[in-house]
Write a protein that binds this ligand. Structure first.
Ligand code: 2P0
Length: 319
């Protein structure tokens, strides 16, 4: 029975993805840009040929909703596929403010295509992983990656590509945790509701191309001050679009604002750092490595917990 195992890291967007132009193909309304982060990872084993379709996620049976998403992705690889067993383990809490779906669907796409005997390029895998979860399109790549919005109706040009490898720039991403419970509103529901009801949504979409242009330059020049301006602008505009939805989608907690204030205070003292937030209350702070310990210490004063992460490599198969 063909078996393959793959490992992928989660990523955090510096220029955010929020909104879809096609729900069936999971095509984004905006381009996005991210940093892939180690050491957190998802390890996924696919047995292509089993008694029945089975998903085991972190040692428990997958829920019907989780299983539907996973097996729908496998159907895209081969609509005549045999029954398949999928075992997936995250070495970080599933709802800890890092999208485990990003590493999960990247590892699944890589392991499943290998087990099915259908090896694909990283760009083709990115198109496939995108169908499971948008942010997974970026986790196939290590380091700094951009996911193109694309123009084609079939979505084949909406994949990520590598901007710079993980050793391009010596930085850390510090995750300040304020709540590791499950989200009240999933990203998918939150973004669809935002695009359907927020008067700010068109302005959000229109603002994103400049963010991508500015972020590419800042990353190339390893300019954290410039990248920080883009990161915070992108996160604030994304959250402003959802806060203006009807009813609002609101993920912030008081601790989220304390962490943002901590970052501004550190910057005022000459430490280059910048924050971003996703569909939850946790705050992620990008900093050059020599300042990481001090920034982590300051954030630990306001957060329940902090994790210090580093740029991670691309998704890979385990022999
Ligand atoms: C991102 N997020 O760029 C944005 C920022 C959350 C906030 O991608 O519907 O799980 O599966 O494509 O990728 C989280 O949403 O959404 C996400 P789907 P996904 O990282």
């Amino acid at each position: 029975m063909p078996v393959a195992t793959a490992v992928a890291h989660p990523n955090i967007a510096l220029c955010k993805y929020w909104g879809k132009r096609d729900r069936t193909l999971n095509l984004p309304s905006v381009g996005s840009l991210s940093l892939t982060l180690a050491p957190f990872c998802t390890t996924t084993t696919v047995e292509w040929g089993a008694e029945s379709d089975e998903l085991v996620l972190n040692g428990r049976q997958g829920t019907p909703a989780e299983s539907r998403k996973v097996f729908a992705l496998l159907d895209l690889i081969d609509s005549w596929r045999p029954k398949v067993r999928v075992l997936s383990e995250n070495d970080f809490p599933t709802a800890a403010g890092l999208a485990s779906s990003s590493s999960g669907f990247a590892a699944l796409a890589l392991a499943a295509t290998k087990a099915a005997g259908q090896p694909r390029s990283l760009e083709e895998l990115s198109v496939l992983a995108r169908r499971g979860s948008g942010s997974a399109a970026r986790s196939l790549f290590g380091g700094w990656a951009e996911w193109k919005v694309g123009e084609r109706e079939d979505g084949l040009d909406s994949h990520a590509f590598a901007l710079a490898p993980e050793n391009h720039w010596d930085v850390r991403m510090i995750v300040a945790i304020f709540d590791d419970g499950p989200k009240a509103v999933s990203s998918r529901d939150g973004m669809l509701h935002t695009q359907e009801t927020s008067p700010f949504y068109p302005a959000w979409v229109a603002s994103t191309p400049k963010d991508l242009t500015d972020a590419r330059v800042a990353i190339r020049e390893r300019d954290l001050t410039r990248l920080g301006i883009v990161m915070e602008r992108s996160a604030l505009r994304m959250h402003a679009s959802m806060m203006a939805a009807d009813p609002p989608v609101f993920y912030w907690k008081s601790g989220s604002v304390w962490a943002q204030e901590t970052v501004r205070a550190l910057r005022a003292r000459g430490i280059p750092c910048a924050w971003t937030m996703d569909a939850g209350p946790n705050v992620k702070v990008l900093v050059e490595t020599p300042y990481a310990d001090e920034v982590a210490r300051r954030l630990a004063n306001v957060a329940d917990r902090v994790h210090v992460l580093e740029p991670g490599g691309p998704a890979r198969l385990l022999e």
